[in-house]
Design a protein around this ligand. Structure first.
Ligand SMILES: [Zn+2]
Length: 255
């Protein structure tokens, strides 16, 4: 991954500049500059899933359509509303669920599955500190989410979305060991910051292009309120909405 290349290049420049600048008295300034650049690249890579810095995520589709993805559910207040709109519009989406919510509301997961949508893993805890978890703790957390999904719908998910889009080398190792594909996005609706549905609609409408993976959240009322207009706009523009697995050509479940 890019992280390995950046680390190799940084160490090489570090060593070379040590040799070149050692006698000049400026060596420590050069070392500090290299360290700052390295830390900046690492932090940026951690928070930018689309940079594929630590691991390769699927951030856009392979065909000229788009897919809708919903994170952070299931939620007993808003997920049924979203399912209702999707049903009316005959659109299939993917729900990256939080394991502890999935364990609490298995009937919502069953409904998502029975209505033809896919379910993906979004960790069990969705903790703000996931980026600092040890390998075994992260593996346990992600496994627990897959187990909650399996016990509700009897299917084992293969698609995983890192919470907050944060990745690091520990994620890379754990996802590889569990055989999960990391799925990012190409279009953020910014629904978590939206004050009204029009902000979401405008954001999606102004940016939407074929092959987009659209990031939404099914635990937000404002998202549920905006969904009908968002879908309607896609249809009017002639942009087809397909299931994520079709768009990225990856199976959603282990067969
Ligand atoms: Zn999330």
């Amino acid at each position: 991954m890019k992280h390995n290349i950046v680390t190799f290049v940084s160490i090489t420049i570090f060593a070379l500049s040590g040799i070149i600048f050692w006698d000049t008295g400026f060596a420590w300034i050069v070392f500090i500059v290299i360290a700052i650049l390295y830390i900046t690249a690492t932090v940026y890579g951690s928070f930018s899933i689309r940079s594929n810095y630590f691991l390769k995520s699927i951030n856009s589709g392979k065909r000229k359509a788009i897919a809708l993805t919903f994170d952070d559910g299931p939620d007993p207040d808003t997920t049924p509303k979203i399912l209702g709109v999707l049903r009316d519009k005959n659109v299939q989406a993917t729900f990256f669920v939080i394991g502890r919510k999935a364990a609490k509301y298995p009937e919502l997961l069953k409904q998502i599955d029975e209505e033809g949508h896919a379910v993906g893993n979004h960790t069990f805890s969705h903790s703000y500190f996931l980026g600092f978890f040890s390998k075994s703790r992260l593996k346990t957390d992600i496994t627990k989410c897959s187990e909650a999904i399996s016990s509700a719908i009897n299917k084992s998910p293969l698609l995983f979305r890192p919470p907050f889009g944060v990745t690091n080398p520990v994620y890379a190792t754990v996802l590889k060991e569990l055989g999960l594909h990391s799925v990012g996005w190409s279009l953020r609706s910014f629904d978590t910051r939206a004050k009204n549905k029009y902000q979401i609609i405008n954001k999606v409408i102004s940016k939407l292009k074929p092959k987009d993976i659209v990031l939404l959240h099914d635990n937000l009322k404002v998202t549920a309120d905006s969904l009908e207009d968002v879908i309607e706009h896609c249809l009017q523009k002639g942009i087809k909405i397909v299931p994520l697995s079709q768009l990225i050509e990856k199976a959603p479940y282990d067969s």
